[in-house]
Ligand binder design. Sequence first.
Ligand SMILES: CC(=O)N[C@H]1[C@@H](OP(=O)(O)OP(=O)(O)OC[C@H]2O[C@@H](n3ccc(=O)[nH]c3=O)[C@H](O)[C@@H]2O)O[C@H](CO)[C@@H](O)[C@@H]1O[C@H](C)C(=O)N[C@@H](C)C(=O)N[C@H](CCC(=O)O)C(=O)O
Ligand SMILES: Nc1ncnc2c1ncn2[C@@H]1O[C@H](COP(=O)(O)OP(=O)(O)OP(=O)(O)O)[C@@H](O)[C@H]1O
Ligand SMILES: N[C@H](CCC[C@H](N)C(=O)O)C(=O)O
Ligand SMILES: [Mg+2]
Length: 431
Amino acid sequence: MRIELPNEEFKYITENSLECDKHTAFVLTNQNEKYLQNARDNSAHSIINITDVAKLFGTDKIKIIAITGTNGKTTTASAIYSFLLDMGYKVAMQGTRGFFMNDEVAEGKTLTTPSVLNTYKHIYQAVSAGCEFFIMEVSSHAIVQKRVEGLKFELKILTNITQDHLDYHKTIGEYIAVKNSFFQDEGKKLINKDEPKASFNIKNTFTYGIENPATYRLMAYSLNDASSGIIQHFKEVVPFTASLHGFFNLYNLMAAISATHIVTGKKLEEVADVVDNFAGVSGRMEQVSELPNVIVDFAHTPDGMQQVLNALKEKELLVVFGAGGDRDRSKRAIMGRVAASLAKKVYITSDNPRHENPEAIVDDILEGIEDRSIVSVELNRKKAIQMALNDQENDEVVVILGKGDESYQIIYDEKFPFDDREIVRELLNLN
Ligand SMILES: CC(=O)N[C@H]1[C@@H](OP(=O)(O)OP(=O)(O)OC[C@H]2O[C@@H](n3ccc(=O)[nH]c3=O)[C@H](O)[C@@H]2O)O[C@H](CO)[C@@H](O)[C@@H]1O[C@H](C)C(=O)N[C@@H](C)C(=O)N[C@H](CCC(=O)O)C(=O)O
Ligand SMILES: Nc1ncnc2c1ncn2[C@@H]1O[C@H](COP(=O)(O)OP(=O)(O)OP(=O)(O)O)[C@@H](O)[C@H]1O
Ligand SMILES: N[C@H](CCC[C@H](N)C(=O)O)C(=O)O
Ligand SMILES: [Mg+2]
């Protein structure tokens, strides 16, 4: 990515040595230092480092809030974004769903945490738009690859640590260590007190929790009509209501309410007042049809699936799901076990097979299922959804997991248009 700078001695900056020339300075990062010689060979105008970019872009003029954890980053980030906007602040948010500023989509999806310079560019755009806050999701890949190099965080948040991405991190121990490595400094942090795998520097630590004593504690809650609860923060005891469903979302809400309270310094009551306006995130527990009841959700990890299916367990569930190709193989059998233990029927299908054989992915999922009498395998995702809808009776719920708001099916390197929600609407003639 080459960025044009109007008033500098060099015209452009880039983090890619291949884009260097006499007008373009090379921004040296942890990720690209191996290409330094190549930048010189390409006659880079000069070599600058990330602290130079921080000064050029004024990244210290905005409060950066970072969120990491296996699940719930996008939901928590979106909730904080919504709360701050409702409280009258100008805010930007970068994450899995793209880059947003002041309630507008500024850029579509790329990575959960883009490359270093891309993030700096977004921060620069946010500063220029007068934003006071920049909320960003930080993936475990980004922590290892130092894609957040040089950023100073106003607050770092941990949602939870379960299993994902072991294709990249190799062992669960390594994955846990990577997540925790983000919380070893003395800066402000907000930690889920009910996450036993969290390990952090206690200096400047705030906690939130439901089961354990915490700086922000959910004293009572109800999940009858969406959700509501009472938060205690020292002497402040404040009720809230929210439109999100599921016990797991209480954690996302607690993280978001506490974070907003910490970074604004406003009264907890003022934060609680705007919680109900947050409508949730597209493709997460999204009810596509009420009668018949069909829900689309982005659960693509064992814990995510367990949480979502548990949240719906009052009803009989017909669960359609697959597992991504070129991703953590070891989570597949566990996902199979979770689905089979909580569903009446399971339909195993494809979810972005990428470069893998879809049948082999299904076999990995089946490894975790002993009683296969409730399982159907249909690699064509549309047909699998159709099967579930055909089988659905009265009060049952069809739950389609893994893709959420994705609008494609990735086969090899190609993205074919595919949106679970559109498919359901088409099959049910709801369009
Ligand atoms: C496996 C992986 O994470 N790869 C990421 C990694 O690529 P890489 O190590 O191959 O990088 P590279 O091509 O050597 O480039 C490194 C740096 O050198 C520079 N370069 C490169 C070549 C060259 O000749 N000269 C040069 O200067 C590049 O501009 C870059 O700045 O660094 C790149 C730049 O930061 C990322 O774009 C790339 O993400 C790839 C596309 C990817 O698919 N990543 C996924 C797995 C990912 O990161 N997912 C997470 C988690 C999702 C979640 O759970 O939410 C995410 O954050 O999205
Ligand atoms: N706090 C939570 N604990 C467990 N599961 C959750 C939690 N929040 C959300 N989920 C599940 O995880 C799915 C993804 O949620 P979300 O997009 O907020 O997470 P994420 O961490 O941003 O995921 P990704 O890393 O893929 O971007 C949801 O659709 C839901 O199934
Ligand atoms: N951020 C996650 C999203 C997974 C979504 C699922 N549909 C898949 O392709 O595995 C990942 O890249 O692993
Ligand atoms: Mg995300």
